[in-house]
Design a protein around this ligand. Structure first.
Ligand SMILES: Nc1ncnc2c1ncn2[C@@H]1O[C@H](COP(=O)(O)OP(=O)(O)OP(=O)(O)O)[C@@H](O)[C@H]1O
Ligand SMILES: [Mg+2]
Length: 369
């Protein structure tokens, strides 16, 4: 018998059907990463699993017990499942150690001493034993999230559910939290993790669920999903997370949104500081000293400036793409662009561009390194 069996799960809200017909099984000890575009029912699935939401129809069997049956002992079933959300909901008026003691004392009937001893063991597991007597507000976001994980473990669950546990964290804190989750995975705890950290999905999970349009669109080993996805939607999604794209269609474009989006992509791809800054510099130089001034010069209010950036994880090089064909369509020719670089721009770019070429589709590649 599988630990979790989901059969024809459907969840409707007025006017929205976040889950159409989800079918899945999870075996004990599996680590499932749930990935997919926004609004495709990932959170809803997790929330239905521990019955924070009531499914409209279908079945969820946990250890053979139907969570949707009217006579189910919900508190008992829920004890088998810990949950960690995006925002570590710790009690701020309780010390860290107390946050981990409350539920085991209230719900498992542990003595204060037992609960305290267990809390210290769990804090040690997540690397925070020395913070036992701190207040939550004295911790960093990453530390608080690790306390939240320890608290999830305090109820001795068989299953731990995570909904984007690192998405509210700064990049440097993401890895400390992911390393704790990876460590738990190695200890054989069954986990379902909604995540946009593709590196975690690829390296730490036994299987990946790709969700799209309210369905479990495709599932497989990380190798299958990342290297050989079968469905077009999965392929497109994997491509999108590996590549950065940005379009500017107005001379009053949002410079800061573009730069921070690029920076977020570089962080996600674990690009170093040097290469990240070089990409930003190149993008800034091309946009604000070449392309946008050219658009203004020709009174093109709605230019077609389309950028792409591709870089492997941790790569020392990145390929910045500028679609010259689309620019030509909006009245800015390749020749004009190429002759618009003044001496200072040239000097700046020469420092960071290793090579450049225009491919057969009329796309300018600037290989930055
Ligand atoms: N309580 C609710 N009432 C009404 N609609 C809801 C409710 N919860 C979710 N939805 C809708 O259901 C759909 C799926 O939402 P869900 O939060 O599960 O997506 P998600 O895949 O987790 O997205 P994200 O990646 O952005 O977190 C969305 O269209 C959302 O607006
Ligand atoms: Mg969500």
């Amino acid at each position: 018998m599988s630990l979790i069996e989901v059969k024809h799960l459907r969840k409707e809200y007025p006017g929205v059907v976040p889950l159409k017909d989800v079918n899945a099984t999870v075996e004990e000890g599996e680590v499932i990463s749930i990935i997919g575009p926004s609004g495709t029912g990932k959170s809803t699935l997790i929330r239905c699993l521990n019955r924070l939401e009531t499914p409209t129809s279908g079945q969820i069997l946990i250890d053979g017990v139907d969570m949707c049956a009217s006579d189910v002992d919900l508190p008992k079933i829920r004890q088998k499942m810990g949950m960690v959300f995006q925002n570590y909901a710790l009690f701020n008026h309780k010390l860290v150690v107390e946050n981990l003691m409350m539920a085991p004392m209230d719900l498992l009937g542990m003595s204060k001493q037992e609960a305290y001893d267990q809390a210290l063991d769990l804090l040690k597991l997540v690397g925070l034993k020395d913070k036992a007597l701190s207040w939550p507000h004295e911790l960093s976001g990453g530390q608080r999230q690790r306390v939240a994980i320890a608290r999830g473990l305090a109820m001795k669950p068989k299953i731990l559910l995570f909904d984007e546990p690192t998405s509210a964290l700064d990049p440097q804190m993401v890895s400390e939290v992911l390393s704790v989750i990876t460590n738990l995975a190695e200890q054989g705890l069954t986990m379902l993790v909604v995540t946009h950290e593709m590196r975690f999905a690829r390296d730490a999970s036994t299987r990946v669920f790709y969700m799209d349009q309210g369905e479990l669109w495709e599932s497989g080993t990380p190798k299958q999903i990342f290297e050989n996805p079968q469905r077009k939607e999965t392929r497109d999604f994997i491509f999108r997370v590996r590549n950065w794209n940005w379009e500017i269609h107005s001379i009053d474009y949002d410079y800061h949104a573009m730069m921070s989006s690029l920076q977020a992509f570089c962080a996600r791809q674990f690009l170093g500081r040097h290469i990240t800054l070089a990409c930003q510099l190149a993008l800034d130089e091309i946009t604000s000293t070449i392309l946008v001034p050219l658009a203004k010069k020709h009174s093109v209010e709605d230019p077609n400036i389309i950028y792409g950036l591709s870089a492997g994880e941790g790569s020392e090089e990145a390929d910045l793409l500028v679609d010259m064909q689309k620019l030509a369509e909006s009245g800015i020719s390749e020749h004009e662009i190429m002759t618009s670089f003044d001496d200072i721009s040239k000097m700046i770019l020469e420092n960071i561009v290793v090579r450049d070429y225009v491919d057969e589709d009329g796309v300018l590649h600037l290989v930055i390194g």
